[in-house]
Design a protein around this ligand. Structure first.
Ligand SMILES: Cc1ncc(COP(=O)(O)O)c(C=O)c1O
Length: 388
C-alpha cells in the first residue's frame, strides 16, 4: 500500500515521533519528565465542565450540528471579541465554529490554495503552516523570525515573485514557539502588505488569553483595515485547558469565512452542540477568574524555569505570554536535536528541539510549562545537575 504523493512530501508530525521516543524510554524503566508538548495539565474549569454536563444531557444537542454554529455560540464569540479585544463581529457573516484551530488552519489551505500557489509561513512556527500548504498541493515559503527583529518576519525582504504567487500568510502572536508578543506597529504594516499584494492573512490567535506582567494580547482584527484582508483563528484549547474538546472559531473577513464554511460543508459535520454550549460558558465573563488563576500558575512556573536556566548559564528572556520558554542551546552542542537528545539521555527530561519548528529554530530549544509543579521542579533540578 502506498500513501499519496501529497502525504509523502511532508515529514512525520514531530510530536508523534517524540511520543514514540518517550514511550520507549518509559518502557525501559526511565522516569521521563516531558516538557515537550504544549498540552495544559490543569483540568478544564468547573463552570465549563458543568455547562457541558448539562448540555450533553439535553437531547437537542445530539444531532448533526449546523456548520454555521448555534446562534448562542456565535453570540458569545461576538460578545467576547467586543469585551476582550474591542473588535465588532457580525455573527451572521464573520464567525464560523471550528473543530480546533488545527482543523481551521489546515482547511484554509484547501479552501484557498491551488498547486503552484505559495503560503507564507512563520519560521519557526506551528507545523501546520507548512504541512497544510503541502497537503493542499501548494508550497509553503518560510519567513524567518529572528530574535534581533523581535521574532517578526522582515516583510520588505519578500521578493516580487514570491509576493505575486502568495495567497495566504500565517502569523501567530503571542507566538509559539518563541513566546514573543507582537511589537507595536507590526500588525498595521502587515495589513498594508496584504493590501498591496492581495494576500489573505491568517492570524493564529491560540495564546492571547495566557499573558503575564500586565500584558494584554491584542486581536489582529483590532488593526484598522484588518477585516478587509484577514481572518483570525481563536482557540479555546490553551487559555481554558480545553485541548481535548476541540473548540475554536474562524472570525473576520466575511468572504473568507464563507469560503471556509463552503469547504467544511463538504468535509465535516460541524462542532458538537454540547461543546458549543461549553464554549458559551468559557467565553462568558464568569470564566475570567479561572483564566486569571491559570495565568498566575504559568507565571510562577515561567519564573521557576527561567531562574533555573539562568543558573546553568542559559541566557533566557522570560516571555510575557504563552506556555513556552524559548531558550538558546548551550555552547558545545552541534544542534538543538543533539542537545535535546543529550538531556533526554542524561536527565530523562524531554525538551523540544527548536529545529522541529523550522530551520530558523535551529540553535534553540523550547520548554513547555504544562507540567505539574513538582515534576517541573524535579525537571529543572535535573537540568541544573546536568550543567550547561
Ligand atoms: C500556534 C498554535 N496554533 C494552533 C494550535 C492548535 O490548537 P487547537 O488545539 O485549537 O487545534 C496550537 C497547538 O499547539 C498552536 O501552538
Amino acid at each position: 500500500m502506498r500513501p499519496s504523493k501529497r502525504l509523502e512530501r511532508i515529514p512525520p508530525y514531530a510530536f508523534a515521533q517524540l511520543e514514540r521516543k518517550i514511550a520507549a524510554k518509559r518502557a525501559a524503566g526511565v522516569d521521563v519528565i516531558s516538557l515537550g508538548i504544549g498540552d495544559p495539565d490543569r483540568p478544564t474549569p468547573a463552570l465549563i465542565v458543568e455547562a457541558m454536563q448539562e448540555a450533553v444531557s439535553e437531547p437537542g444537542t445530539h444531532q448533526y450540528p449546523s456548520n454555521r454554529g448555534r446562534e448562542d455560540f456565535r453570540g458569545a464569540v461576538r460578545d467576547f471579541y467586543e469585551r476582550r479585544f474591542d473588535v465588532k463581529l457580525d455573527p451572521e457573516r464573520e464567525i464560523i465554529p471550528a473543530i480546533g484551530a488545527k482543523e481551521a488552519i489546515f482547511n484554509l489551505n484547501l479552501a484557498f490554495l491551488d498547486p503552484g500557489d505559495y503560503a507564507l509561513a512563520a519560521d519557526p512556527g506551528y507545523p501546520v503552516y507548512t504541512g497544510g500548504p503541502w497537503l493542499a498541493g501548494a508550497e509553503p515559503v518560510l519567513m524567518a523570525l529572528e530574535p534581533e527583529r523581535g521574532f517578526v518576519p522582515d516583510l520588505e525582504a519578500i521578493d516580487e515573485d514570491v509576493r505575486r504567487r502568495t495567497k495566504l500568510m500565517y502569523l501567530n502572536y503571542p507566538n509559539n514557539p518563541t513566546g514573543a508578543v507582537v511589537p507595536e506597529g507590526f500588525f498595521a504594516r502587515v495589513v498594508e502588505f496584504a493590501q498591496e499584494n492581495e494576500i489573505l492573512v491568517v492570524h493564529d490567535n491560540a495564546y492571547s488569553e495566557i499573558t503575564f506582567d500586565g500584558y494584554r494580547a491584542p486581536s489582529f482584527l483590532a488593526t484598522p483595515g484588518a477585516k478587509d484582508v484577514a481572518v483570525e483563528v481563536f482557540s479555546l484549547s490553551k487559555g481554558y485547558n480545553m485541548t481535548g474538546w476541540r473548540c475554536a472559531v474562524l472570525v473576520g473577513n466575511a468572504e473568507a469565512c464563507e469560503t471556509y464554511w463552503r469547504l467544511k460543508t463538504n468535509i465535516d459535520s460541524g462542532l458538537f452542540e454540547a461543546v458549543q454550549l461549553a464554549g458559551v460558558a468559557a467565553l462568558s465573563p464568569d470564566a475570567d477568574a479561572d483564566v486569571a488563576s491559570t495565568n498566575a500558575l504559568y507565571r510562577r512556573r515561567r519564573d521557576l524555569v527561567c531562574e533555573a536556566l539562568k543558573g546553568i548559564g542559559v541566557d533566557v528572556k522570560p516571555p510575557r505570554s504563552t506556555i513556552y520558554v524559548w531558550a538558546p542551546v548551550p555552547e558545545g552542542f552541534a544542534s538543538s536535536a543533539a542537545y535535546c537528545e543529550h538531556v533526554l539521555e542524561q536527565a530523562g527530561v524531554v525538551l523540544s528541539p527548536g529545529a522541529i519548528y523550522g530551520p530558523a529554530g535551529e540553535g534553540w530549544f523550547r520548554i513547555s510549562l504544562t507540567t505539574p509543579d513538582d515534576r517541573l521542579l524535579e525537571a529543572v533540578q535535573r537540568l541544573g545537575a546536568l550543567g550547561g
